[in-house]
Write a protein of this length. Structure first.
Ligand SMILES: C[S@@+](CC[C@H](N)C(=O)[O-])C[C@H]1O[C@@H](n2cnc3c(N)ncnc32)[C@H](O)[C@@H]1O
Length: 223
């Protein structure tokens, strides 16, 4: 297993930087979704705009296998040459993706990725910032019910995380990591995108989503 593996269905292969370069040269913009899970959002985004390279990154290859297979099928069968799936841990970014993203998304994360964007963990949030072009847009969606249930959060080993909807230090921490927060808002009802987990967690329930929008600060000096 290398640090950055391309998912080709069940098979994985070390990501070729030359392939990534070539893919970037063929498009107008790049979207990166970290913690992409099953990758349906990436398939939708790639289908919606064929001149955008849509890269789904997740720590678990199996999650992305079916979407990667769909993306690699022939265009007649719904193939999407502008969708790419990569196994990598958020903590090891940016690697070959440095400075590529016009748009960056993190949707309904769990585990260490949830900590990175909700605490936030500045060192690793900076790694996400390093994926971005200056003034790239960041959109984070969090399953807010986790933060309303403190005993559950403690069982996850994250009892130290201050409510990210309220934490006055969150905006300063994002700024230190190179992101200017433009919106922090609780939304109720269906998630605004096709997120398997967003639907599973939020749809038809009283659960809320915390949305954090930010812009990559063009004056950020790096990590
Ligand atoms: C609840 S799923 C959400 C998947 C998808 N974004 C969605 O909305 O349907 C959370 C995903 O985050 C991934 N993840 C958690 N920590 C990660 C990390 N440190 N680096 C990369 N992926 C991570 C998990 O493997 C999992 O697929």
């Amino acid at each position: 297993m290398s640090t950055f593996d391309q998912i080709l269905g069940r098979k994985v292969t070390p990501l070729e930087p030359a392939l990534l370069d070539a893919a970037c040269r063929q498009v107008h913009s790049v979207l990166i979704d970290v913690g992409t899970g099953q990758g349906k959002f990436i398939l939708d985004a790639a289908r919606e705009e064929i001149n955008r390279l849509c890269i789904g990154i997740d720590a678990v290859a199996e999650n992305m296998a079916a979407s990667a297979r769909t993306a690699r099928s022939s265009p007649k069968k719904g193939g999407l040459p502008n969708a790419l799936f990569v196994r990598a841990a958020a903590e090891r970014l940016p690697g070959p993706f440095a400075g590529l993203a016009d748009e960056l998304t993190v949707q309904y994360p769990w585990g260490s990725l949830m900590r990175i964007v909700s605490q936030p963990a500045i060192e690793h949030l900076s790694s996400l910032r390093a994926l971005c072009k200056p003034e790239a847009r960041l959109s984070v969606l969090l399953n807010y019910s986790v933060f309303e249930d403190r005993p559950y959060l403690e069982r996850l080993g994250m009892g130290d995380i201050v409510d990210p909807a309220d934490n006055p230090d969150l905006i300063t921490a994002y700024a230190t990591a190179g992101f200017t927060v433009t919106n922090r808002e609780l939304i109720h009802g269906d998630p605004p995108i096709r997120s398997a987990w967003g639907r599973h967690l939020v749809r038809g329930s009283a659960r809320a989503t915390l949305m954090i929008d930010a812009i990559a600060d063009p004056t950020w000096q790096g990590r």
